[in-house]
Design a binder for this molecule. Structure first.
Ligand code: URA
Ligand code: SF4
Length: 221
């Protein structure tokens, strides 16, 4: 149930005295509460050594009722400093790509990473770190229940699709079944596009696909 729908229902409840609608209100409270409780759990996490070097845990941000959830790799230096995902250069590109398809990163999507703490020097996540941290991401997906997951880069793509040893270029630009329920679209990591701007048209085409999928889904909620 989206928030704006809830407001209409609450108005109807006031107007017509329909009490069942109280149940819906509870449901909405639960999504926010569950996410908040999970965040507090992450903020206490010591399951892998990355917590020793981090400045901040980076849980995720955006709309808990979003239909689309983006998943990156791990916080970088800017994210570690601010405690928010995708706020550095790659984040600015992500925000811009979203804007170009008419989506606002706070209002229309939810953004999280596979790892919640920064690997030193932005090195690749280790398999043991992914094993330790990914249950938090899985719980976020189960709470938010997006219609579509978008994997940014190979670590998110491999984890969410359950496939690896496949070049990212084989997975990208296509819809897959994710291991966790929602359909999955794989695209490049925005940081990879900054390193290789020749691929900009490919990521833009993937983002247009996101819009198409959401529009096809439009009617049902
Ligand atoms: N890269 C990521 O994968 N995640 C962030 O939050 C920032 C950069
Ligand atoms: Fe815990 Fe994940 Fe941080 Fe490791 S990276 S300490 S598992 S929150």
């Amino acid at each position: 149930m989206r928030k704006d729908n809830l407001e209409v229902l609450l108005f109807l409840k006031e107007f017509l005295g329909i009490n069942e609608i109280l149940v819906e209100k509870e449901e909405v409270r639960t999504v926010e509460k569950e996410l908040e409780e999970l965040k507090e759990e992450v903020y206490r996490c010591k399951k892998c050594p990355l917590h020793l070097q981090k400045t901040n845990y980076v849980f995720g941000s955006g709309n808990p009722y979003a239909k689309v959830m983006f998943v990156g790799e791990a916080p970088g230096a800017d994210e570690d400093r601010e405690g928010l995902p995708f706020v550095g250069r790659a984040g600015k590109l992500l925000t811009q790509l979203l804007k170009e398809i008419g989506l606002d990163r706070e209002k229309d999507v939810y953004i999280a990473n596979v790892l919640k703490c920064r690997p030193p020097g932005n090195r690749d996540p280790l398999p043991a770190e992914i094993r330790a941290c990914s249950p938090y991401l899985v719980k976020q997906i189960k709470i938010i229940k997006p219609k579509l997951l978008v994997a940014l880069g190979r670590f998110a793509a491999y984890f969410l699709s359950g496939r690896d040893k496949v070049p990212l270029s084989k997975l990208r630009g296509k819809l897959h079944e994710s291991v966790f329920g929602p359909r999955l679209l794989v695209t490049y990591h925005p940081a990879a596009i900054l390193r290789n701007p020749g691929r900009m048209h490919e990521i833009k085409s993937d983002f247009r696909m996101i819009l198409k999928i959401l529009e096809e889904n439009g009617g049902e909620d």
